[in-house]
Design a protein around this ligand. Structure first.
Ligand SMILES: NC(=O)c1ccc[n+]([C@@H]2O[C@H](COP(=O)([O-])OP(=O)(O)OC[C@H]3O[C@@H](n4cnc5c(N)ncnc54)[C@H](OP(=O)(O)O)[C@@H]3O)[C@@H](O)[C@H]2O)c1
Length: 240
């Protein structure tokens, strides 16, 4: 990490802006006013993105490209705060007997496939010169090196896949913009619908506003040499 570098003006996009962490990231970016314009994308709202529909991702990228052209601003920050752990498609597995194809499809769709398609459609919009940052909210439990407890097969594996996608995209991004930064982020345990059923006593659960503040401070301090890493909300690099 280096000393704090002010982010270049431009356009910032938060994908997953309707989620607990995504909404807090969007609100903080709007309060900070570092960017000329901040757009929130999600399954609801003006610019709609649903990972189950690649056409919606392509159309959202085109809409963002139009906003960039109209305002003369480059896309300088892409923050992806989508994620899936539990829902109608199932719950995280406590053991191998719970492995279920429908749950695995959903967890990989939202945590790996969707972000991969965001890379495909949004990375071509990133400028070829000057600082630009893409941050994908991942999770420490996606770290293979850090897995001491087992369980949560699908969530762990889908976040490990996301980390590999981020690392691979970081390498390609550097070829088109040597100041480009692409990282995976661990936000800590945050009080959102995703963590709510699993927030055990004794675990430090932080408000989304606090996590958003910390993640944006970490992103502002990143240098191109940090690209490709999995970084936590304190700015520490975690093992893959
Ligand atoms: N909360 C924690 O303790 C914690 C810990 C570690 C990592 N994380 C990670 O932090 C990120 C943010 O999660 P959160 O805690 O804010 O959870 P959340 O409140 O449940 O938000 C999840 C977000 O994912 C979006 N999403 C779900 N399915 C989607 C789909 N098919 N297409 C497009 N978007 C979809 C949701 O969109 P809608 O608003 O349209 O539903 C929502 O914006 C996730 O990557 C999560 O894995 C969270």
């Amino acid at each position: 990490m280096t000393t704090s570098v002010p982010l270049a003006p431009g356009l910032a996009v938060v994908v997953g802006a309707g989620g607990g962490l995504g909404a807090a990231l969007l609100a903080r970016l709007q309060q900070q006013g570092h960017y000329a314009r901040v757009l929130g994308l999600g399954r609801a709202g003006e610019i709609r993105i649903d990972y189950a529909d690649e056409a919606s991702i392509a159309a959202a990228a085109q809409a963002v490209a139009r906003r960039c052209a109209e305002s003369g601003q480059a896309l300088r920050l892409l923050l992806v705060a989508t994620g899936f752990l539990h829902g109608a498609q199932g719950q995280p597995e406590r053991g191998w007997r719970h492995l279920d194809a429908a749950y695995l499809q959903q967890v990989f769709l939202v945590n790996s496939l969707g972000p991969a398609l965001l890379i495909k459609h949004f990375f071509p919009l990133l400028p070829r010169q000057g600082r630009c940052v893409a941050g994908f909210v991942s999770a420490k439990v996606g770290s293979i090196g850090d897995n001491a407890l087992g369980g949560w097969y699908g969530y762990r594996a889908s976040k490990a896949a996301l980390n590999q996608l981020v690392k691979t995209a970081a390498i390609e991004l550097t070829r088109s913009n040597r100041d480009g930064i692409c990282v995976a982020l661990h936000p800590g345990t945050v009080d959102t619908p995703l963590s709510q059923p699993f927030a055990k006593t004794g675990l430090t659960v932080r408000p989304p506003q606090e996590a958003a503040r910390d993640l944006l401070a970490v992103l502002a301090d990143l240098a191109p040499a940090d690209s490709g890493a999995l970084v936590d909300y304190r700015g520490q690099t975690l093992p893959f």
